[in-house]
Design a protein around this ligand. Structure first.
Ligand code: 4AD
Ligand code: MG
Length: 483
């Protein structure tokens, strides 16, 4: 007899019911009436129905075919009698690869009933087997591919920035220290401070908060580069938008000014969103339905006007609104919530740092589309941003998204040696640590720009999930590094 071909469900559900002999492995999602096994192998959100004539199988074997078990089935691919599927497998052979005790499964999130997202987080090692997390993580993978595809197609080189660094790229002091010194009994220097000269690297080191500064050095040789890797921030913000470990995409381009930078950010975001719409239809359809279900519990006024895919199309097909920080402040100052003191941080003067409530007002209420804000006050932004001629503002830009707030932060970089040196001095950025960064301004300096996009915030937007902890496999947040 011809050997059955091992297949994946994503392939099978698209094939014709030829009666061909196939073999498939997966996890049991449901087993109804001792006859219908819904099997899923993770290749797609869809299950394949496996039809068993129980008369032909040992009871003992069928008892082991329970929710959560890993099995392999062989059979012929036939036209499905059930609805919503083309084909099903008429099973001739079942092998149980890994049992799952029903009494124990009942106590986990694998039990077939609704579990809260909080509960799923507690069992993050199992949650990828749920429909929601399968969909989110497949999308995450596709989006990562789209990111690389976009940059590779557009002449960028992928640069691996170091994860352990001796500098603070954002100058915000939110770093995790990397050390091999004995925490209980560190060596001390003559002044009585911890002697980092005796540490592994012979100096103080930390996990990177951004690969930007190193990416700039590579843009000065390769022209256009991008990083895509993990970054770490020890900021104590326990919000649904912040992680202590997140993945950031940071393109950096020689000879790009801020307008070129904004054009690139907009084009890039639209590309990856379109990619998801084109390549992840089943998962998006599922997540859209999930969202509709979730919103039924909300008052009408709080429900979104668009479905998930309508929202994605809207962003991909419409121009982002670009306004300066100064214009944004005017809008905010005269806005209803500001006048009625509804903002937690009222806007009374130019120079105020924008909070997420302000960003979301601009995007969700005022413009009702993604917004790019540019030319921020120098004082609320990082040291490396190019000073404008007004000497008050810098060539910074943030891309703000509905439901998310800031998704991208970027700028044109200060390329003038003297101006940068002075800026570092006033902002207390240690020159001896960043001599190499200053060197770039001495040897063939040029106008250049770049930005950082928080990958999880993008995945949040595309999947319609509400909490950033649910779009990364193992979230790291203050007080939590389980798994
Ligand atoms: O605005 P940020 O801090 O900018 C930078 O790090 C620059 N060095 C980027 C550059 O110009 N190359 O961070 C960039 C983006 C934010 O817009 C946000 O999307 C994301 O990174 N981000 C976070 N995402 C999750 N958790 C956090 N704690 C984040 N902090 C920033
Ligand atoms: Mg920012």
């Amino acid at each position: 007899m011809k050997r059955a071909q091992q297949k994946e469900i994503i392939e099978l559900i698209q094939s014709e019911p030829t009666g061909a002999s196939v073999s498939i492995s997966g996890w049991v999602k449901a087993f109804r009436s001792n006859r219908f096994i819904a099997l899923n192998d993770g290749s797609t959100i869809k299950n394949i129905q496996c039809v068993v004539d129980f008369e032909n199988f040992e009871e003992e074997l069928l008892r082991k075919v329970s929710v959560g078990a890993a099995i392999q089935v062989e059979g012929s691919l036939v036209e499905s009698q059930g609805q919503g599927q083309n084909v099903e497998i008429q099973v001739s052979k079942i092998e149980v690869l890994g049992e799952a005790n029903p009494e124990e499964i009942k106590l986990t999130i694998l039990s077939p009933k609704r579990h809260t997202l909080e509960k799923l987080r507690e069992e993050a090692h199992l949650r990828v087997r749920t429909n929601t997390f399968g969909a989110v993580m497949r999308l995450r993978s596709k989006l990562a591919f789209a990111v690389h595809e976009y940059f590779q197609k557009n002449g960028f080189y992928y640069m691996h920035a170091p994860l352990i660094t001796g500098s603070d790229a954002e100058g915000a002091g939110e770093m995790f220290r990397v050390t091999t010194l004995d925490a209980k009994n560190p060596p001390l220097n003559e002044e009585g401070d911890v002697d980092f000269q005796q540490d592994f690297f012979g100096k103080e080191t930390n996990l990177t908060v951004s690969g930007q500064l190193e990416a700039e050095t590579y843009a000065m040789g390769l022209g256009k580069v991008y990083t895509f890797g993990p970054t770490f921030r020890a900021e104590n913000s326990n919000t649904s938008r912040h992680l202590a470990e997140f993945w950031m995409i940071e393109p950096e381009m020689a000879f790009y000014d801020l307008d070129d930078n904004m054009d690139l950010a907009e084009d890039f975001i639209k590309y990856v969103i379109r990619f998801a719409l084109d390549h992840c239809q089943d998962d998006l359809e599922f997540l859209e339905g999930r969202l509709i279900q979730e919103e039924k519990g909300k008052p009408q006024a709080e429900r979104s006007e668009m479905t998930l895919r309508e929202k994605l199309h809207f962003v991909a097909d419409n121009e982002f609104k670009r306004i300066s920080y100064t214009e944004a402040i005017d809008i905010l100052r005269n806005s209803k919530p500001n006048k009625k003191k509804k903002f937690k941080f009222p806007i009374d003067q130019w120079g105020a740092d924008l909070q997420s409530e302000h960003e979301r007002f601009l995007v969700e209420k005022h413009f009702k589309c993604p917004v790019i804000l540019f030319d921020y006050p120098a004082e609320i932004k990082s040291f490396y941003m190019r000073l404008n001629d007004d000497e008050k503002t810098v060539r910074a830009m943030d891309v703000l998204f509905p439901g998310i707030g800031e998704i991208v932060g970027g700028s044109q970089r200060e390329e003038r040696y003297d101006v940068l040196k002075q800026k570092m001095k006033t902002m207390d950025i240690p020159e001896e640590e960043l001599y190499w960064y200053l060197d770039l301004r001495k040897y063939g300096t040029c106008v250049h720009s770049g930005f950082g996009l928080g990958f999880e915030r993008l995945v949040l937007f595309v999947t319609g999930m509400g909490n950033i902890r649910d779009v990364i496999p193992y979230p790291r947040t203050p007080g939590n590094a389980e798994f």
